[in-house]
Write a protein that binds this ligand. Structure first.
Ligand code: HEM
Length: 281
């Protein structure tokens, strides 16, 4: 970081992964508490509204879970970005690099399934867009979509299963080496808990839009806005799967490419990231 001294930059870069892992722990604990009262079938929106307004401290645990989950993924993203910008893919084995990128993709998928689980208009739209994207795959799209989400009564059930069980377990397994290396000490755990606690206490939750409310445009989560913009101009298969899939594929391939191709892919990814950030803002 050019505007900070080396000592402060190094302290920051070692503190962030520890805070990120603390947030991972906090999101697991708050998620388990929410799972006691959340029902992924029937009228999910009404259930979530009951958690927010009727169940004692339900609003607090929702905010706590939201903030810890978001902070975990943002810090995990910052950590991966640091590796990418320092071109660590030149020294890492392709397996180590692939594990890092796969974990990051799974982290964003947990956030996405969490967004669906809100059960409001935005969540339902995100779920439907996801289902239609998978259905747009010419061969096997129908089968693949049923692995992740099915229409009707059980619409929220599979995202719930992925969000609460499969993905946290997979992420924990993939980053287990990191957990040992960056085990949060009492200090980082304390500061992460305090920060999230104060946020949950003081910041009002976002308004959940009822599924039948008449609204003109529905906004996706922040990390989906780049894809949402592509989908306005391109067919679903291209905007929603092939172009994002190509960029993620380039990220995976970095350690295997020769020096010239590596340079080219690096700048292509930096340009796409800047463009995506500009669109999202
Ligand atoms: C990697 C760990 C996790 C992350 C990053 C994460 C993140 C999120 C996010 C961002 C939301 C949306 C909240 C909102 O917008 O209001 C959410 C919802 C939810 N999560 Fe998680 N979560 C994680 C793990 C878990 C676990 C382990 C459980 C349960 C065992 C769980 C249960 C839930 C439930 C029931 C909801 C829906 C209720 C609501 O919207 O408040 N989460 N999660």
């Amino acid at each position: 970081l050019p505007f900070l001294s080396d000592r402060i930059t190094n302290r920051l870069l070692t503190a962030l992964p520890r805070l990120g892992l603390s947030c991972f722990g906090l999101s697991l604990v708050s998620g388990i508490i929410l799972a006691f009262v959340y029902r992924p079938v029937g009228n999910v929106f009404q259930n979530v509204e009951e958690i927010t307004t009727r169940i004692p401290y339900g609003w607090f645990f929702r905010q706590f879970h939201y903030a810890s989950g978001q902070m975990f993924v943002i810090l995990m993203f910052a950590h991966t970005l640091e590796h990418f910008l320092k071109r660590r893919y030149r020294t890492y084995s392709s397996r180590e690099w692939a594990v890092l990128i796969l974990s990051l993709c799974l982290c964003f998928f947990v956030l996405f399934t969490g967004f669906i689980l809100k059960g409001d208009k935005e969540g339902i739209f995100a779920g439907r867009i996801f289902m239609n994207l998978l259905l747009s795959i010419p061969i096997g799209g129908g089968v693949l979509s049923r692995v992740f989400i099915v229409p009707g009564e059980s619409f929220f059930f599979l995202p719930y299963l992925y969000h609460c069980m499969i993905l946290p377990f997979l992420i924990g397994y993939l980053i287990r080496k990191h957990v040992r290396e960056w085990m949060p000490g009492q200090g980082s755990f304390f500061w992460a808990t305090m920060g999230i606690f104060v946020y949950a206490l003081l910041i009002d939750p976002f308004m959940d839009i009822p599924p039948d409310a008449p609204v003109n445009a529905v906004k996706g989560p922040w990390f989906f806005l780049g894809i949402q913009t592509l989908l306005k101009f391109l067919p679903p298969l291209w905007g929603g799967l092939l172009i994002p899939g190509f960029l993620v594929g380039c990220l995976f391939l970095l350690p295997l490419a020769g020096p010239f191709l590596q340079r080219f892919l690096h700048y292509l990814l930096v340009a796409s990231l800047l463009l995506g950030t500009y669109i999202s803002l």
